[in-house]
Design a protein around this ligand. Structure first.
Ligand code: ZN
Length: 173
């Protein structure tokens, strides 16, 4: 699988943390390509964090190895394929949660969980309906009104009676 490394380093001159994306790991201070790994840890499901030390200047920096989003394609209902975009999931959830007591943090956590679930699936192509189901499952736990909003837009007219049944069940609870 194609991966992309992100080098994180402290830019002391401008007093800020910087990100460097590259296919080759280079020391951000002296650009030497050789470093040793001091510590390795999986952060999220799709990223590995490595603490490194440059073999030339001995400065330390951190790299994150991530799986590129482009590795995942979404197959839409009409058969068209498009690149997986986390932002699209977030947009849909944000809209469903409008004026609901759900924080941005909760939404971000939810989107991360959905992404992690999707990336755990085998294959590089995922039906959009699978993502829709996952969003609905998460929203159901997060906020019932948001769930109903999302589901009513998302679900097709054909299973509207099933949906109405489910609505009644939800209202009873
Ligand atoms: Zn160096």
């Amino acid at each position: 699988m194609k991966t992309q490394d992100i080098v994180v380093y402290n830019d002391k001159k401008h007093n800020r943390l910087c990100l460097l994306r590259s296919d080759k790991i280079k020391c951000p201070y002296c650009f030497n390509e050789e470093s040793k790994v001091m510590d390795k840890r999986d952060t999220e499901i799709n990223a590995t964090r490595r603490r490194r030390e440059c073999l030339k200047c001995s400065k330390r920096f951190t790299t994150y190895e991530r799986i590129e989003d482009l590795d995942l394609a979404i197959i839409k209902k009409d058969g068209r394929r498009e690149a997986f975009e986390k932002e699209k999931i977030k947009k849909g959830i944000l809209k469903a949660c409008e004026k609901r007591p759900v924080s941005i943090e909760q939404i971000d956590v939810t989107v991360d969980k959905i992404e992690a679930e999707i990336r755990k699936l085998k294959g590089k192509e995922i039906q959009s309906s699978i993502i829709g189901e996952k969003v609905m499952n998460r929203l159901k736990k997060l906020d019932k009104v948001a769930y109903i909003r999302f589901a009513s837009v998302y679900r097709s007219f054909a299973d509207i009676t099933d949906f109405q049944k489910e609505l009644k069940e939800l209202i009873k609870k």
